[in-house]
Design a binder for this molecule. Structure first.
Ligand code: SF4
Ligand code: SF4
Length: 142
């Protein structure tokens, strides 16, 4: 009986309070300033040293050479533990942690994020040569 009285007292005292939960995803939540979410890769900065691969504790990052001084990163978001070890070890600041956390997928294949460098510019003298801007390619929804 004493417990019921205490419960009622708590219930009444919390009636005027705001809910402790958020109506996510309808209400956005604010993240802590040093929150670690999905990685971002800047292919134009990468030198292919693979220190990130060496230090990753869960073998979640793969750096592939796809041309002369051109590298792509394949990051397995289902393996990554968001420790940022790869970011800390990268000598060229080619990796960055973002605050992106909405990574849920229905198909596990979509948890592989592929970051490719922009297409190589056409060789000198070729008609229609342009300066391609850096671009990141990721699988749908990743
Ligand atoms: S550590 Fe940095 S520069 Fe080296 S391969 Fe990884 S991303 Fe590229
Ligand atoms: S954040 Fe950690 S687990 Fe994820 S790829 Fe980098 S080193 Fe590996």
């Amino acid at each position: 009986m004493i417990k019921i009285g205490k419960m009622l007292q708590q219930l009444l005292s919390s009636l005027g309070e705001k809910p402790a939960t958020h109506r996510y995803p309808f209400e956005r939540v604010s993240l802590p300033p040093r929150f670690r979410g999905k990685l971002k890769f800047y292919p134009e900065k990468c030198i292919g040293c693979r220190l990130c691969m060496r230090d990753c504790p869960s073998a979640a990052i793969q750096i592939n050479k796809i041309g002369e001084k051109r590298f792509e990163a394949v990051i397995s978001l289902d393996r990554c533990i968001y420790c940022a070890q790869c970011v800390d070890v990268c000598p060229k600041k080619a990796l960055e942690i973002t605050s992106e956390f909405e990574l849920a997928q229905l198909d596990r294949k979509n948890l592989k994020a592929v970051f490719s460098p922009p297409a190589e510019p056409p060789s000198a003298g070729q008609a229609g040569a342009t300066n391609a801007s850096p671009e990141t390619k990721a699988p749908e929804g990743a």
